[in-house]
Design a protein around this ligand. Sequence first.
Ligand code: SF4
Length: 483
Amino acid sequence: MDQSKEIYAARVRSLAPAEEPERQYYFIDVMRSILAEKAAQAGRSLTMNVVTFGCQMNAKDSETLTGILSAIGYEDSDSEDADLVLYNTCTVRENANSRVYGRIGYLGNRKKKNPDKRIILCGCMMQEPQAVEKIRKSYRFVDVIFGTHNIYKLAELLFEREVQGSLVVDVWDQASGIVEDLPRRNKYGFKAGINIMYGCNNFCSYCIVPYVRGRERSRSAEDIVAEARHLAENGVREVMLLGQNVNSYGKNTPEGISFAQLLHRVSEVEGIRRIRFMTPHPKDLSDELIAEIASNDKVCKHVHLPLQSGSSRILKAMNRHYTKEQYLALVDRIKERIPGVAVTTDIIVGFPGETEEDFEETVDVVRKAGFMAAYTFLYSKRTGTPAATMENQVPDDIAGERFKRLLTAVGEVSAKQAEAYAGATEDVLCEEYKAEEELMTGRLDNNLLVHFPAEKSLLGEIVKVELTTCKGFYYLGKLCRSK
Ligand code: SF4
């Protein structure tokens, strides 16, 4: 760093507030001036492209990252030719890492044409020291790397990159607390996710999440309700409360509020019409939660309950802490006590040691539980997890063949569940509009999708739709009237 830059950097750092989020708002202001100067030199606005890989938690983090970049002054672009490209990475599947390396290489070529381009990498993959090492060695054109615990520092890290002129790496092993009230940009105006907790304590043997996202930390109920209120005031009608295992919500907070109590508090926010949540672990879904879903009109009658396997033996090897029988008893309890509820699930096929009998147990649960939908995955070995070193990995051809059979079973079962709604008239939230076909896509309270002709102006409204034709896992319908 030349001397004048060093003096400037030292002065900026010395004036930065110590407290968060004030410190980050300060760096957003600093970066806004730097960016305005660059834009003036270029004679155009500078653009950003934020690419999100992986799950809902990453999507949620990307809303904050995009919010910070917008506050700095970057304008949206759909192209990776943008002046700043940010990859919020996922590491749940091993081959996802290779794909990211390929794409970083491509960004390097684009940077040759625009040397002032900024390439930012963050998210779960960056929590892995080997990944960071590889990028340091082989992708030296990358500008900033950070992990999952300090996304709130984006503006400060961008400032450090500007003054240091070389790669800035800031990856933490664990979180230091939860920083509230950062700028955020919500993808849809009418629905939004709210993180209620971070991390996971469960250590399912195939999953890397607890290693890269750390232990469970719950946000305070007060902050969550305030966020829901703020969203409602800005037109949001549906919120989804997000956590790796929402049943653990509140266990480590002084307030000691349970997840069911939290749902109740959020439902008291005026303007919020629907509340969803993702994901409850079957091992600790309480009767209190079932009662709250059943009795609270705003809580959607949809429970996504990851099964993973129907074999008690495999569930033990997965470290899931429930048996086939316990899972089925739970589904029965949910269906008995919540009229009209839809249960959906996740299933992994081909976990190490899975025999034909184990697989048949899974198909048996699919039939007995009557899932409305099931997201099915072929087991994929994830280095760093206990399952990756287990013996008896299932050959690809056998796993592939079971996967196809499972899809058939799931298709039959979910079609049967969906058919039960034929001819019904239901409340539907209008979520997406396809202009070419003048078709709206909406979602029932129980998560079932319906496509129906409607005007674009209904986006975000809850309307009455008659479900006319069942197409397996979705419906074609007819708009009745706006609510
Ligand atoms: S509950 Fe299991 S699968 Fe879900 S994030 Fe935690 S360890 Fe992974």
